[in-house]
Design a protein around this ligand. Structure first.
Ligand SMILES: [Ca+2]
Length: 302
């Protein structure tokens, strides 16, 4: 198994480490989305940095053994994910606060309280929030987050703020939310609440990896075929089957035509009177589980 680990630093570059649990194997990788191999890849010699959002694919190679399955990771950098999304407000043109144009602005009616909500369209891991206020700004306000647009949690509280000001808050711990709200309770001037740009920095939230398939069973049906079956993993989009000729060898994915959507699979074209080892993974939202337990079958004599 190959593991690709970008460090979690919020910076202009990230350090990427790749490891393999196969002793003595070489690791080959690509950064352009193509399938890596010793013929078409970069040989891994130690941690390296990437400076923009990059797909890294890696595989292990050891002479005399099957190649490993390809591991893939998307290394993401934080962008202003509010820009161009959807916004609503208690009054005024909310979209002007998230249009990416520093000259256009949202302005509310001249009363307290007033609010503006940004809908990111999906759950994001949020690291930083920045609000560029106009002279007509809030004196007292909170920044609140929500996953459903109804139940709110306050993450930032500001009081007695000057006119104008720019709020630029990097969160100590990232939070996950789809909705972000500015809720103003007191204005700094006689005008309304006015924001040039409401910026939210983060990355799409990770969905959790699915659980590994269990109850993997082997049925040997002939001299050239073995049938595998396993229990359904709730919510899985499908499964991958990996094969090796040795229990501690490199396991290679054998379902070439895409994910298996049934909970059984018959491997054909095998050698007679030969031992084969199998592991199965579940895949959900393109995330793959850890391997199942390893099972073993021996094809019949011809
Ligand atoms: Ca604007």
């Amino acid at each position: 198994m190959i593991i690709i680990e970008p460090d979690d630093v919020n910076a202009t570059e990230k350090l990427v480490t790749i490891t393999s649990d196969t002793d003595g194997a070489e690791i080959w990788y690509t950064t352009d989305g193509t399938e890596p191999s010793p013929a078409d890849g970069i040989k891994y010699t130690g941690p390296f940095t990437v400076t923009c959002t990059t797909t890294i694919k890696a595989m292990a190679y050891k002479p005399g053994m099957n190649n490993s399955n390809v591991a893939s990771v998307l290394v993401q950098f934080n962008d202003n994910v509010a820009k161009g999304k959807t916004a609503t407000a208690s009054s005024g043109d909310a979209y002007a606060a998230i249009d990416g144009n520093s000259g256009s602005r949202w302005e509310s009616e001249h009363s307290d309280p007033q609010w503006i909500i940004v809908d990111l369209g999906a759950d994001y891991s949020i690291r930083k929030i920045r609000i560029v206020w106009e002279t007509a700004c809030a004196k007292d306000y909170t920044i609140d987050i929500s996953e459903d647009g109804d139940n709110w949690t306050t993450i930032i509280t500001k009081t007695d703020m000057p006119s104008p000001h720019t709020m630029d808050e990097t969160l100590k711990e990232q939070v996950t939310a789809r909705y972000v709200r500015m809720y103003g309770t007191k204005r700094a001037t006689g005008w309304g609440y006015s924001i040039f740009e409401f910026e939210i920095y983060g990355t799409l939230a990770d969905s959790p990896s699915p659980l590994s398939p269990t109850a993997l069973a082997v049925t040997v049906t002939s001299s050239d075929a073995i049938t595998l079956s396993w229990d359904d993993v709730k919510g899985a989009d499908g499964y991958n089957v990996y094969q090796s000729v040795s229990p501690d060898g490199i396991f290679t994915k054998i379902n070439e035509g895409g994910l298996i959507t049934e909970t059984s699979f018959t491997v054909t074209g095998l050698e007679p009177d030969t031992d084969y080892y199998y592991r199965v993974t579940a895949v959900k939202d393109r995330k793959e589980s850890e391997y199942s337990e390893t099972v073993h079958g021996r094809t019949l004599l011809e």
